[in-house]
Design a protein around this ligand. Structure first.
Ligand SMILES: Nc1ncnc2c1ncn2[C@@H]1O[C@H](COP(=O)(O)OP(=O)(O)OP(=O)(O)O)[C@@H](O)[C@H]1O
Ligand SMILES: Cc1cn([C@H]2C[C@H](O)[C@@H](COP(=O)(O)O)O2)c(=O)[nH]c1=O
Length: 209
């Protein structure tokens, strides 16, 4: 049984997760000074996961291979980092988790939801039959063309960031579909707003840990 609390940040590339995640961690640490806060990311978060990340963000590969490697990295991440931290009562904040697989490999690239559900059950299945899921997912939502304009100003695109607007629109729609399906878990951020307005919204967010 977990006594910790699990938060994920999600959104299409360039939506603004990285801009806010460090301040958000400080905010949570300030609110809960007696709890450990573990900040991590996917793909990645472990030595093996970071190696897989380099491959995944760089090498072209078959869609099923990509999904399997995402979930392999996730299995390692859960076993080495997330589960031990939650068991110890910590707050885990992850830059992406499984919603990204449904959005990118499912919505964006077209892998069947049935296959993703199978992988999710395999990798996140708990002894009591439930799935390990974030308690709260903060979804930064904005149109693909706005995200692309922001990204192009600041970095050389990786494999996913080179995808076209149609891909990112499908990724976005899958995120929004999942948020609609599970409104208690998702907190939607209108990421077209200024960073200051987004931040004040996050500061006011009531989180019952
Ligand atoms: N609300 C905003 N308004 C305008 N520009 C923004 C806003 N939020 C972030 N940016 C800028 O957009 C760019 C992308 O932001 P950021 O790196 O935070 O996105 P991200 O969602 O973390 O992307 P990725 O998932 O690809 O790492 C940065 O240059 C950042 O300064
Ligand atoms: C977890 C996960 C991630 N991705 C994609 C999404 C992004 O393009 C990259 C990660 O880079 P970030 O900018 O540091 O977030 O990987 C994916 O396609 N599927 C996943 O499960």
């Amino acid at each position: 049984m977990n006594s910790g609390y699990f938060i994920s940040f999600e959104g299409i590339d360039g939506a603004g997760k990285s801009t806010h995640i460090d301040s958000f961690c400080k905010l949570i640490q300030g609110r809960y000074p007696d709890r450990g806060v573990v900040v991590t990311r996917e793909p990645g978060g472990t030595a093996l996961g970071e190696q897989l990340r380099s491959l995944l963000l760089d090498a072209p590969m078959n869609l099923e291979t990509e999904a399997l490697l995402m979930f392999a990295a996730r299995r390692e991440h859960i076993a080495q980092v997330i589960e031990p931290a939650l068991r110890a009562g910590n707050i885990v904040i992850s830059d992406r988790f499984t919603d990204a697989s449904f959005a990118y490999q499912g919505g964006g690239r077209g892998l069947s939801i049935a296959k993703l559900n199978d992988l999710e059950r395999w990798v996140q299945g708990q002894a009591d039959g439930s799935l390990l899921q974030p308690n709260l997912t903060i979804l930064f939502d904005l149109p693909g063309e706005v995200a692309e304009a922001r990204r192009s100003k600041v970095r050389t695109p990786d494999k996913f960031e080179k995808m076209d607007l149609n891909f990112f629109e499908k990724v976005r729609q899958e995120y929004l579909r999942r948020a609609k399906e599970d409104p208690k878990r998702f907190h939607l951020v209108d990421a077209t707003q200024t960073p200051e307005i987004i931040w004040s919204g996050l500061e006011c967010l009531e989180i019952k840990i």
